[in-house]
Design a protein around this ligand. Structure first.
Ligand SMILES: *[C@@H]1O[C@H](CO)[C@@H](O)[C@H](O)[C@H]1NC(C)=O
Ligand SMILES: *[C@@H]1O[C@H](CO)[C@@H](O)[C@H](O)[C@H]1NC(C)=O
Ligand SMILES: *[C@@H]1O[C@H](CO)[C@@H](O)[C@H](O)[C@H]1NC(C)=O
Length: 189
């Protein structure tokens, strides 16, 4: 990435830090039920950049005709589709023991500002949790917090539904990012 581009990105990032939307702030005037379960987890994405096949946890699998599958496209990555299999940890350390994998895809769907659409599962495999939670939603990723739907679950999360608040917890170079996911389930069995 050009230094000037990353400078602009940094500015944009801090500008958008001022905006916020979350379950709480978007529903200020409504009485919400209390979540029946909350979980905070992190997942770590290392995108393939042509040199890191050993470490990469995600790969561009489709790109517009004007771009390629090694480098995220210009135009805010519009049209790139990325498949991932990312470790999930309970803290923000990539090297902490994984409690499961975040598996699915994100695709970039706006030319004007970095915006993605997410569809993925948390596949839990720890002594504490077995099963899946399934997430879907729009991710205006330059905003500090954004909500996606938890549309269902299996195993320990049988029929669970709720909302997950995503926060970009780290963004290092063009290869690594870490998301903090605050999961609030409003249906539990
Ligand atoms: C990639 O993996 C190697 C070997 O495990 C490690 O030394 C290196 O720090 C990793 N790089 C990143 C960016 O995590
Ligand atoms: C992919 O596109 C980027 C950006 O235009 C370019 O720098 C890179 O050389 C391309 N890579 C391949 C393998 O075509
Ligand atoms: C779940 O964890 C166990 C114990 O570490 C391991 O043997 C098993 O292969 C894992 N299953 C999956 C689907 O990753």
């Amino acid at each position: 990435m050009e230094p000037s581009t990353s400078f602009i990105l940094t500015l944009l990032f801090f500008f958008f830090l001022l905006n916020s939307s979350s379950v709480e702030s978007m529903n200020k005037n409504k009485k919400l039920p209390k979540p029946c379960k909350t979980l905070t987890l992190y997942f770590h994405d290392i995108i393939y950049d042509g040199t890191n096949a050993g470490n990469a946890t995600s790969a561009i699998v489709a790109a517009p005709a004007w771009a390629n599958r090694t480098t995220l496209s210009g135009l805010m990555h519009f049209g790139d589709v990325v498949v991932f299999d990312d470790p999930i940890t309970t803290d923000n350390n990539l090297h902490s023991p994984a409690v499961g994998r975040a598996q699915g895809l994100y695709l970039y769907d706006r030319k004007e500002v970095f915006t993605a659409w997410l569809g993925f599962s948390f596949v839990f495999n720890s002594t504490e949790h077995k099963g899946t939670l399934n997430f879907i939603g729009a991710d205006p990723l330059m905003e500090k917090v954004r909500d996606v739907s938890v549309v269902g679950g299996t195993g320990d999360f049988f029929m669970s539904r709720g909302v997950a608040t995503l926060m970009t917890d780290a963004f290092e170079g063009s290869v690594y990012f870490r998301l903090r996911v605050d999961i609030k389930l409003y249906e539990c069995y």
